[in-house]
Design a protein around this ligand. Structure first.
Ligand code: UN1
Length: 506
């Protein structure tokens, strides 16, 4: 293999094509670095926590103006954003690859998700429906209306450095809100490129208030200032459960809303009737794709004892042969881990697995000719039971395997962790599939049949239960979290009947 290199030149060329001035790399506290070779490309300015107040006030002023613009007109701005994203899809996708280390098709796929949610939000801008409800009083009408909320804070993670912003921002903006985005410090450049695309869309739109979408690069203190600001009624935060534990109580203390997308420890059950060929492919993508760094990554495989040996044989082959390397190269399926800390966490989890009697295939570092880059062969770990590191989310490509005998046992294992994001079952037995999706089945926000737990479409609501945080983003009726609901009772009669038959005659 030729040594990985050239990420700085790649980044500079991409910034030019994405309409971003190279001067953004002129200096600051945030290191822009590609995990492909681990080399620094430059430094980006971080805001101080004290800068946040002025930005929130600017965003709040933008919201006050924007809420008076009819929603379908607000949709026009998001339509233009979608057009801008279409125009830069290849370059922005490649920048995601260079900055986050995803393979090219996943980088492109992430930008496609942004385009998809823009399209969804444009349609939604004419469908922010309330209800008319039967009233108990004659000559009255009872209804509900949905109104813009205010400034929406978005805190996103490195692994989906651009899509997560768009899931929130596209909906928040058609709903009449403004947005302040604190991206991961590990992916500052993709955020700048997205903000540039938004600014171009706003310029074409013509009459968007300044400060409708603000990028606030910074460290945890900037995120915290956003979380604590009284003019921010909603914060949507994606990241670890540890981050969620810091954010949620602060929001609760001031009765602000939270959309939390935290850790996942996602499982797949492989039943005796499963199509094993399909299961192997589904498992391989879900467990090794994105180098195990999706919150929906498959981390636990619960396989029926009657098919375990056959399945594991085939999986072991896939784990040994999968191409690990530079994600910019066409044949690569597994790119780098984001950084050294991530590599160390993976090695720590594998050592813990061995300590509880686990057998490990893979997991070793792969040399790509750069000591600052961390590539690994994905690890397949057979455990004697669901214990030790299998109960935790390690953001790396480790798939733990346990065997089961009855479906009840498998579902208990699937539900027997603290997280509740995504899950799946491979079965051709209708009863098993329905059982898994039913009230006594998977306890996750996502429950799939005959595909892995990752790679959700934007049309459905995305999010999970328990320590995953309970938030929902993207499709279905997730938009309701970005609006406030008013219940309206209108009396068009000449008398004043009181509800519940109460009499109050004066
Ligand atoms: C995440 O990893 O933060 O379902 C979200 C998926 C993606 C979203 C992942 N659409 O894999």
């Amino acid at each position: 293999m030729t040594a990985v290199s050239g990420t700085r030149d790649d980044i500079l060329a991409l910034l030019d094509r994405l309409g971003v001035d190279r001067a953004v790399l002129a200096g600051g506290d945030i290191v822009a670095r590609s995990p492909i070779d681990g080399r620094e490309a430059g430094r980006v300015r971080a805001l101080a926590a004290g800068d946040v107040d002025a930005l929130v006030r600017q965003a709040h002023a933008a919201h006050l103006e924007w809420r008076g613009v009819p929603a379908p007109r607000r949709g026009e701005l998001v339509r233009l954003l979608g057009e801008e994203l279409r125009a830069v899809r290849t370059d922005l996708g490649r920048l995601v690859t260079v900055e986050a280390g995803k393979i090219l098709s996943e980088g492109l796929g992430e930008v496609q998700e942004m385009i998809d949610i823009c399209d969804f939000a444009v349609g939604l801008s004419r469908q922010l429906y309330g209800l008319t409800i039967a009233t108990e009083r004659p000559g009255h009408r009872l209804m509900e209306t949905w109104h813009p909320l205010g400034v929406c804070g978005v805190i996103s993670a490195f692994n989906f450095p651009v899509a997560v912003w768009s899931w929130n921002a596209a909906l928040a903006i058609v709903c009449g809100n403004s947005v302040i985005w604190k991206p991961s410090e590990k992916t500052p450049l993709t955020a700048i490129a997205v903000q540039a695309a938004f600014d171009r869309a706003a310029a074409k739109f013509g009459a968007a208030p300044a400060g409708l979408s603000i990028l606030a690069q910074g460290h945890a203190d900037v995120g915290q200032a956003l979380v604590d600001h009284p003019l921010v009624p909603l914060v949507s935060a994606t990241g670890s459960t540890r981050m969620g534990r810091a954010v949620a109580p602060r929001l609760a203390a001031r009765f602000a809303r939270a959309i939390l997308e935290l850790g996942g420890n996602n499982a797949a059950i492989v039943a005796p009737s499963a199509d094993l060929e399909l299961a192997v492919r589904g498992i391989a993508f879900a467990a090794m794709g994105t180098a195990g760094q999706r919150c929906t990554t498959l981390r636990r495989l619960i396989v029926h004892e009657s098919v375990a040996d056959r399945l594991l044989d085939r999986l072991a082959g896939a784990y040994r042969s999968v191409t690990v390397g530079d994600p910019r190269e066409a044949g690569t399926l597994v790119g780098p881990l984001i950084d050294q800390a991530s590599f160390e966490a993976m090695q720590h989890a594998l050592a813990a697995a061995r300590a509880v009697g686990g057998t490990v295939i893979g997991g070793e570092r792969v040399d790509v000719g750069s000591s600052d880059a961390y590539y690994v062969r994905p690890a397949l770990v057979t455990l004697p039971g669901q214990l030790g590191p299998m109960l935790e989310e390690t953001f790396a490509p480790i798939l733990y395997v346990v065997r089961y005998r009855t479906l009840e046992e498998a579902i208990a294992l699937q539900n027997g962790v603290a997280q509740g994001l995504a899950s799946s079952i491979f079965t051709t037995d209708l009863r098993e599939a329905e059982m898994f999706m039913g009230p006594a089945g998977s306890d996750c926000g996502i429950a799939n049949v005959n595909l892995g737990p990752s790679g959700a479409e934007i049309g459905g609501a995305f999010g999970g239960e328990k320590e995953t945080g309970g938030g929902r983003e993207a499709g279905s009726d997730s938009w309701k979290a970005y609006m406030r609901r008013a219940t309206n009772t209108i009396n068009y009669s000449r008398s004043l009947p009181l509800a519940q038959g109460v009499r109050f005659d004066i």
